[in-house]
Design a protein around this ligand. Structure first.
Ligand code: FES
Length: 337
């Protein structure tokens, strides 16, 4: 039996490998051309130290000097001593470049383009035949090369992370910009389009406690990928609350998908918050932090934030100043370009 492992580097690049039963993670990584840092290979020096983000593992020998009991409990591991008993993801605090890793390139074709509003579009790409298998963690992103140019832009996947030849992205359309101009003016179904992937340290960890998701604008994309991926699992019972902030009603996107996810997941609810609504808007008004209520977060939870820097900062500051339970925060700031 083999297990799939995601190896995530400090610069966000991620590689997926298959680990044989009883095979050490370090050896499996080497077999796939990933040269993780190592020295003793005996569980003593801690050079191969990483962090198990999800999955279950066993470690053969771990010297107390290499990892304390409390570090082991938190999830730290030694790749030279680790075997997998389930699929997992592992973070290593080194840049991918020193592990002999390069990005994976993909070629696909535009299979759908939908303008959801004057500022948001969904772009669907279907991989061409013969491309390498595409893997990513829900919340990660790809760098798409804009056809007819050498420029690239980063977009979070909006589709489930299960291996598929079809991927979707939510794209913010600016009044002018290389990707926005391409999508508005020249993009046609069937266009060839290249991208590299996967990237990003913002991805869904193993769900062990309630989740708070806060999205600003097309930051929603990463959460659609997380929610779609969760909906494909049958064992996630923790409550999930999404607060989705936009500036104007016209920017609200993918509400039907959110409704369908709420039906499929059962434990998921969401609120749209509009900062500058028209007079007809009946929903929540203001900044997304004004919709958060501390009494709803009295059990330990994990918070995931994705959107423009001011929204991330405001939410972090709300979380640290309000009487809420212990929590971990993961975030991705992005600026539209
Ligand atoms: Fe020394 Fe793994 S290489 S502990």
């Amino acid at each position: 039996m083999t297990h799939r492992a995601a190896i995530i580097f400090r610069d966000g690049l991620t590689q997926f490998i298959q680990v044989e039963q009883n095979e050490k993670l370090l050896d499996a990584a080497f077999r796939h051309g990933i040269q993780l840092p190592l020295d003793c290979r005996e569980g003593v020096c801690a050079t191969c130290r990483g962090f198990c983000e999800s999955g279950t593992i066993e470690m053969e020998y771990v010297d107390d000097e290499a990892l304390s009991a409390s570090e082991r409990e938190q999830g730290y591991m030694l790749a030279c001593q680790t075997t997998l008993t389930s699929p997992g993801s592992f973070y290593f605090d080194v840049d991918s470049s020193i592990c002999n890793i390069s990005q994976q390139h993909y070629r696909g074709q535009v299979s759908a383009l939908t303008l959801l509003s004057d500022t948001v579009a969904t772009l669907e790409i279907t991989l061409e035949e013969g491309q390498p298998e595409l893997h990513y963690l829900p919340g990660q992103y790809a760098r798409i090369q804009i056809p007819g140019s050498k420029e690239t832009r980063a977009y979070s996947y909006a589709s489930a992370s299960a291996q598929s030849a079809v991927v979707r992205f939510l794209v913010r359309l600016l009044p002018s910009g290389v990707m926005s101009d391409y999508l508005r003016q020249r993009c046609r179904v069937g266009d060839s389009i290249d991208f590299t992937a996967p990237f990003g340290a913002f991805y869904l960890r193993e769900v062990k406690r309630p989740l708070l998701f806060v999205a600003g604008g097309t930051g929603l994309s990463a959460f659609l990928s997380m929610l779609e991926s969760l909906a494909e699992q049958s064992d996630v019972q923790q409550p999930i609350a999404l607060y989705y902030g936009v500036n104007r009603e016209s920017e609200i996107s993918e509400v039907e998908r959110l409704d369908s996810l709420a039906e499929r997941l059962g434990n998921f609810s969401y609120q749209v918050v509009v900062s500058d609504p028209g007079s007809a808007w009946q929903g929540k008004k203001g900044w997304v932090t004004q919709a958060l209520e501390s009494h709803l977060f009295q059990q330990p939870f994990d918070a995931y934030l994705c959107g423009p820097p001011p929204m991330i900062e405001a939410t972090c500051s709300w979380l640290s100043s309000q009487p809420v339970a212990e929590h971990k925060v993961y975030f991705e700031r992005f600026v539209s370009s």
